[in-house]
Design a protein around this ligand. Structure first.
Ligand code: SAM
Length: 211
């Protein structure tokens, strides 16, 4: 998702109490940011943030951080964030490749990747958020028993990911090519893209990976 540049977006993000500015300064002390020792879960590429805001409302015992690399997209999330009153969620405007500068090893309990950009050309495969190089970044920040959860309707990206994740040395805890009609459907929180694509009849694929 890349929206048209919105004038003033950078300034609004810089002034927002819901956005962590200079997040690398909190490396190793994220529990102080939230004021508790609850687990921290992050969504990489949160888009407008529907999924992670719903999770935060449902799970006050977990801290959430939504990560988005484009200001114009994050701004949409902030507009919704202002309508809810939750102490356990922040956003950051950063690129996933920099996560290890932001979190210490073991600071993150779970990483959600939802409907990540497919980058269909072979020469762009390294940009896919489930490629070996990104799995190496997640390895640097996740707890030993932490997991990566990935959902997409893009069968090609999903099959690539089943391979690349194992190539990176991770294991697949489970996977399904039709989440909504599977035993894993219960408790599923839909993302914006998931609502859009499942309403068109597309099956939703999901995997959970661990080391
Ligand atoms: N997760 C949302 C959903 O399921 O509705 C949004 C999906 S959208 C297709 C993917 C989002 O990931 C885009 O907003 C994009 O800007 C963001 N993104 C892609 N690569 C990223 C990266 N390296 N770091 C942070 N965000 C990224």
């Amino acid at each position: 998702m890349r929206l048209r540049h919105i004038p003033g977006a950078e300034e609004e993000i810089a002034a927002s109490p819901f956005v962590i500015q200079e997040p690398e300064k909190n490396r190793g002390r994220w529990n102080e940011v939230f004021g508790n020792n609850n687990p921290i879960e992050i969504e990489v590429g949160m888009g407008k943030g529907k999924f992670i805001m719903e999770l935060a409302a449902a799970h006050p015992e977990i801290n959430y951080i939504g990560i988005e690399r484009y200001s114009s997209v994050l701004l949409r999330g902030l507009q919704k964030r202002a309508e809810i009153d939750l102490p356990n969620i922040y956003f950051m405007r950063v690129d996933a490749k920099d996560l290890a500068d932001i979190f210490e090893k073991g600071e993150v309990s779970r990483i959600y990747l939802n409907f990540s950009d497919p980058w269909p050309k072979d020469r762009h495969a390294k940009r896919r958020l489930t490629s070996v190089n990104f799995m190496e970044v997640y390895d640097k920040v996740l707890k030993p028993d932490g997991v990566v959860e990935f959902k997409t309707d893009n069968r090609g990206l999903f099959e690539f990911s089943l391979g690349s994740i194992q190539e990176a040395g991770w294991k697949i805890k489970y996977h399904t090519f039709d989440l909504h009609h599977s035993e894993y459907a219960e408790g599923n929180v839909m993302t914006e893209y998931e609502m859009k694509f499942s309403s068109k009849g597309n099956s939703i694929c999901k995997l959970v990976a661990f080391r």
